[in-house]
Write a protein that binds this ligand. Structure first.
Ligand code: RB5
Length: 148
């Protein structure tokens, strides 16, 4: 169980941003688990959402960052796992609220839609912001209840 490890995964649309954020995390002293992809060749984002879900499920990582071209496909795929709360954010405000209100455990970014500096700021805020609990706790609990 490695709750302090942060897993990173992307498809080809997010590979450059993933490398940049991985460097930031390592520089800041975080443990990092890189789940790929590694190059520009076309891959399927649901496979990387699944790898992230498995890393969180197994406890290999406590939190994660997912990136595809827009962040849309990989967030839809990740949120099919009931223990994943993947938040596609667009700025530091949504990154902060994803943590404080939604207890998001996976930050999702668009590699082709977000600038590097904004992405770095979003990651920093995401990692620093605690969940508020209180009125939000029951809502988060309801999101985790499996549906058929
Ligand atoms: C891949 O071309 C692209 O569709 C993917 O990265 C993502 O943007 C999907 O939502």
């Amino acid at each position: 169980m490695s709750p302090d490890v942060i897993a990173l995964a992307s498809d080809h649309g997010g590979v450059e941003l993933k490398a940049l954020l991985k460097d930031e995390l390592l520089k800041a002293g975080h443990g990092v688990l890189d789940l790929g992809t590694e190059g520009p060749q076309s891959v399927d984002y649901p496979d990387f959402a699944e790898a992230m879900a498995e890393a969180i499920r197994s406890g290999s990582a406590g939190r994660g960052v997912l990136i595809c071209g827009t962040g849309i496909g990989i967030s839809i795929a990740a949120n099919r796992y009931p223990f994943i709360r993947a938040a596609l954010v667009s700025d530091v405000t949504t990154a902060r609220l994803a943590r404080s209100h939604n207890d998001a455990n996976v930050l999702v970014l668009g590699g082709r839609t977000m600038g590097a500096e904004v992405a770095k700021d979003c990651l920093k805020i995401f990692l620093e912001t605690p969940f508020e609990g209180g009125r939000h706790a029951g809502r988060v609990l309801k999101m985790g209840q499996a549906r058929t």
